[in-house]
Design a protein around this ligand. Structure first.
Ligand code: AMP
Length: 515
């Protein structure tokens, strides 16, 4: 197959909903509907005996077979196993993500024919481990992942496209600074970007991978449950099926409260029925602390970009949860500007990913791209060193957060003992000076050092961090000719053998009758 025949496909793999887009013949991003005819697919997996069902049906099963359903797997990506045991099985979260991606692939292929190459998006605040796990999920779902890009960057690219900035002659002379506030189902990201000509440059990024619409839902679930306990001395959250039903009711009420001043939530448990009435004001009050967390991060990110509000031309809203009026009001009050909701909250990220896929495929054919993207890293990257005075494990940072990518950084450490046979380099991600408060993302070892190497011999550690947020490490001992070039060995990551096994298993289940 020649490059020209590859469709440019982008996937927004969301915590609660996912979306797929492709570029049409004119290079315009369009959303592909799923087999059910919907523009987004619930990121929910039902294990029903031998069958694995993804999407709307799986979401419905939360109300009847909650124990067999995996939802919000993206929140656990980076951990070894999903927090919930399903039918006695401990699934790695990236395997659950692979089932979701597989459904998206099969449904999209039903319309555009079989394809493999995709760009998948991740929250800008995803660390290296989570990015690798997402890439692995793509592989297990039968994809060739061209790139992993940040959701806010994708949204900004879609915004640029919509504003005509990517068409010939459409580029703006005056650089524009935008703040992308992205509150989805399970994650929150804020990124400050500069758009100049056709170049998209991230200036600073921050976020929370465990904060999203789901937490607003849970707050409602707790409110209703507490009222139920007060009146009937029963906790409906105890039973997984009742809890699943209640969550769906609450998510629905939350959406109603975005459009109306009042909503009611029904709850039936052990033959008792109750209905709780809630106003938008009460909802806002009950979730104020969640909103405040996003406000704090927004202010910090603006500061990290070295800007103030008058310098921001546009506050761009992305993610389904930005439909909550409290979000818009808070941002308006903070920035003094009306937030911009002109890109589709649910589809902009997938559209940006499709544009990025188009860019990569064009470049591979030797054609110039329509735009350029420059990112920053969202977490500091360092190496564990030992403080000679206190003997404590310290985080020796090589690449501070918000450094423009790609970047290569070198730092020299010292061997500890004379005659050391090998050197273990542990790589950590995080801001704390104490290595124990950071996430260990991997390690590599330089073996077979020559005999008689004195203590305190220099060891050079070189990091090369790529724009897709993936890391390469080189460790060398200048006094010898020993060197390792390594893709780091990651904690909690599946082996190639396991990945291939899952890929065969997941992809085998797909229907073969493509049009
Ligand atoms: P995303 O991951 O961007 O698709 O966002 C999904 C989140 O947006 C879920 O938590 C939804 O409950 C939430 N959401 C979607 N529509 C609305 C709405 N009208 N009001 C409040 N939240 C919404």
């Amino acid at each position: 197959m020649s490059q020209a025949t590859f469709p440019a496909v982008g996937i927004d793999l969301g915590t609660t909903f996912s979306a797929v887009a492709r570029l049409d013949d004119m290079g315009q991003p369009i959303t592909l509907v799923n087999a059910e005819g919907d523009r987004t697919t619930p990121s929910v997996v039902l294990f029903d005996g031998e069958d694995v069902v993804v999407g709307k049906e799986a979401m419905k099963a939360l109300a009847t077979e909650a124990g067999q359903v995996a939802e919000c797997a993206k929140r656990d990506v980076g951990s070894r196993v999903f927090h919930k045991v399903i039918e006695g099985k401990h699934y790695p979260p990236e395997v659950l993500e692979a089932w979701i991606l597989n459904k998206l692939r099969v449904d999209a292929a039903g319309q555009i024919g079989p394809f493999e190459k995709v760009v998948v998006t991740v929250p800008a605040y995803f660390d290296e481990v989570r990015r690798k796990a997402t890439q692995d999920a793509g592989y297990m779902a039968g994809f060739d992942v061209l790139d992993i890009i940040n959701e806010p960057t994708a949204a900004a690219v879609a915004f640029g496209y919509q504003r005509g900035l990517l068409s010939p002659g459409g580029e703006i002379a005056e650089p524009m600074k935008i703040l992308v506030y992205d509150l989805g189902g399970g994650t929150f990201d804020v990124t400050v970007m500069k758009i100049g000509g056709t170049r998209f440059t991230a200036l600073a990024t921050d976020g929370d991978v465990r904060l999203g619409g789901y937490d607003w839902d849970q707050r409602l679930v707790d409110l209703v449950a507490e009222s139920f306990i007060r009146e009937h001395r029963l906790d409906p959250r105890e039973d997984p099926v009742t809890a699943g039903k209640l969550w769906r009711e609450c998510e629905d009420a939350k959406r109603t409260l975005s459009a109306r001043a009042k909503a009611s939530i029904a709850c039936d448990y052990r033959g008792v029925s109750a209905r709780v009435e809630l106003t938008r004001e009460q909802f806002t009050e009950a979730t104020q602390d969640l909103l405040d967390r996003t406000r704090f991060t927004t202010v910090q990110t603006l500061k990290a970009a070295g800007l103030d509000w008058p310098a921001i031309d546009c506050v761009l809203l992305v993610g389904g949860s930005t439909r909550m009026p409290m979000v818009r009001e808070m941002l308006h009050q903070l920035s003094g500007k009306e937030p911009d909701a002109s890109v589709s909250a649910d589809e902009a990220v997938a559209h940006g990913a499709a544009l990025q896929a188009g860019l990569i495929l064009a470049k591979r054919q030797g054609r110039p791209g329509r735009f350029k993207v420059k990112n920053v890293n969202s977490h500091s990257l360092g190496v564990v060193g030992t403080d000679p005075l206190t003997n404590r494990r310290r985080n020796g940072i090589l690449i501070p957060r918000n450094t423009p990518l790609p970047v290569t950084a070198k730092r020299t450490f010292k061997t500890q003992k004379a005659n050391q046979k090998s050197i273990l380099v542990q790589i950590v991600e995080g801001e704390s000076p104490s290595a124990d408060d950071c996430t260990q993302i991997g390690k590599c070892t330089v073996q077979n050092l020559p005999a008689q190497l004195p203590a305190q011999s220099p060891v050079d550690v070189l990091f090369h961090y790529k724009p897709n947020g993936r890391l390469k490490v080189r460790v060398s001992v200048p006094e010898t000719n020993r060197q390792t070039d390594t893709e780091i060995l990651r904690e909690n990551s599946l082996s190639k053998e396991h990945l291939d096994g899952w890929r065969r298993y997941i992809c085998e289940k797909e229907p073969t009758d493509y049009k």
